[in-house]
Design a binder for this molecule. Structure first.
Ligand code: ADP
Ligand code: MG
Length: 340
């Protein structure tokens, strides 16, 4: 795209090796290795306190690692201050200048870099068009909605055409519906720009919606890196299986495995097939119903069924009913096996 015309083609835009950061006795980030390709939408996903923000801040240069290195486009930037790194950061709180209008906010970074006025105007207009805010240049931040303010923050960052854009829970302050809309839009904008995005979230659905690849963080370390489908269908650890999607983990005959809720058939007790159990909860969710089933053989599974012909009254009557659960062996994904 026009905004990125000068950017050279590179394989790895961000490369992190052996990254470690401690605060006193707290190990915030430990042994983190990552390679993020040019143009990738890469997400760092994990629960609160798992080290995502600290990793992002080290890429940006706001924090110094205790060990390890950070390369941007093949150049080691570990010793450089934030302003000498070719990245921009978008935070959850918009951090716009309240006294400046939208146009001035977006132009700010270019003005600091002494870009001539005419060129600034042009680039800011292009950035505002990218975030679907043309015509809003004269407004003050206070005259915008939360979603619009976050778009301005995005425009203000992409106008600098950084090698990588770092985003720390940028949609975290917005309500669910707006967040879901902006997830789709943010991904479209990223694709139009062809810019590398490094995105932090604790929301697994958000990560699955937007990412080319995901790194799951747990306690300062990376558990697994992969595409959304790989993480969902082939979780490497119990933690990943539980964090991405519903935690449906069973141990049977020395094997521990997951079965995703939508892969399970729920039948009546009379059917001889499948594991017997009892429905302990049935939750009507509109298009689908979620059942929690306690199995006679131990353990509990969540089952999700489409409401093809089921009504909310039918669902209510199913609580406490005895049922059988069946699934094909190919949808079992083994996490641990005895003697292996
Ligand atoms: P996340 O973004 O995944 O929620 P953080 O990277 O913010 O996690 O934090 C990782 C760990 O480091 C947490 O235990 C947090 O309390 C700690 N931590 C982060 N920043 C600081 C700081 N400036 N001083 C002390 N501890 C910190
Ligand atoms: Mg954080």
């Amino acid at each position: 795209m026009t905004l990125l015309s000068e950017a050279p083609a590179q394989t790895a835009d961000v490369r992190i090796s052996g990254l470690r950061k401690t605060y006193g006795s707290v190990v915030a980030v430990d042994s983190v290795d990552l390679e993020i390709a040019r143009g990738e939408f890469f997400t760092m996903l994990g629960p609160s306190g798992s080290g995502k923000t600290t990793t992002l801040r080290m890429i940006a240069g706001f924090e110094r690692p205790d060990a390890g290195s950070i390369e941007l486009g093949g150049v080691d930037v570990s010793g450089l201050p934030p302003f000498d790194r070719d990245v921009n950061t978008v935070f959850q709180d918009y951090a716009l200048f309240p006294h400046m209008n939208v146009q001035q906010n977006v132009e700010y970074g270019l003005r600091v870099k002494k870009v001539p006025k005419a060129e600034r105007r042009l680039k800011a207009a292009e950035a505002l068009r990218m975030v679907r805010l043309d015509g809003y240049g004269d407004r003050k931040p206070a005259q915008l909605s939360g979603g619009q303010r976050q778009r301005v923050a995005l425009a203000r960052a992409i106008v600098n055409t950084p090698r990588a854009l770092l985003l720390d829970e940028p949609l975290g302050a917005l309500d669910l519906k707006l967040r879901q809309e902006l997830q789709i839009e943010l991904k479209q904008i990223q694709q139009e720009l062809g810019m590398t995005f490094v995105y932090v979230t604790h929301d697994q659905e958000e990560a699955l919606t937007m990412s080319d690849r995901i790194a799951v963080f747990n306690d300062g370390r990376i558990e697994q890196v992969g595409t959304p489908a790989e993480m969902y269908e082939h979780p490497a650890t119990e933690f990943v299986a539980g964090f991405i999607g519903t935690s449906n983990i069973l141990s049977r005959d020395g094997r521990t495995f997951t079965v995703r809720p939508e892969k399970i058939r729920l039948g009546t007790d009379e059917g001889a097939q499948g594991e017997p159990g009892v429905i302990t909860a049935a939750v009507y969710l509109g298009p689908v119903t979620k059942f929690i089933v306690a199995l006679d053989g131990g353990g509990e599974l969540t089952v999700v069924q489409q409401n093809l012909e089921t009504s909310s009254e039918d669902v209510h009557e199913m609580e406490r009913k005895r049922v059988r659960l069946a699934w094909s062996p190919d949808v079992e994904f083994v996490i641990q096996e005895e003697g292996r």
